[in-house]
Design a protein. Sequence first.
Length: 222
Amino acid sequence: MRRYVPLLIAGTALIAAACRDSVAPTTDATPVSTLELLSDQSFSRFVSRTEGAGAQTLNFTFTKAAGSVQLGDFLLKWQDNSVCDPATSGYGVGTWKMSCAAAPSDIPITVKVWEDNGRVYADFSPDIRFSPDRNVTLTVNRPEIVGRRISLRMVAEYSIYYTRRVGDTRFFVDEAWGDPEQRSHFDTRTGDVWREIRHFSGFVIRTGEEEVNPPIGPISGN
């Protein structure tokens, strides 16, 4: 068993988590440079050659009609005509809020979901982005936040972060740093944590099962 400690590079830090059995590597559908991924965003990272061996692979259809699907801990919901046409929309930092033509047909999606090192992950393929005038959300329920006061610590520990591998390094990105509409929201009556997303490929949130260390460094004020 091995403990991976996030290395704070700038802005919001990811939580340090209790150790769990490590799992085998995943791959990304679209190559991306570190600078492209992290431009003008807050991020932390850890280096690992072993993650994902215990991942469950799920398949679903992202329909042109509105829909929802449960993917491990993550509930994905979307409005009609949410997906941008991959043939014309482009993908990457700087495109998330650009208008786009809707995809002409339903799109089959593969997602790997797994738990590792005190966090749960969902990695989606292929990479697609969503129309900025449609609403696509991820929701995770965390009963342990029920009845708690929403604090900066809770925001840091329980936010849903964008995550992506570049080579052997997995980056955790606080997209709300540059786009407040992507911040995580917390319902302490139900335990739901949710956020709007503008694209796939991967997302991560703590499991909530274990005590974690306090946040390292500053937290996004958005």
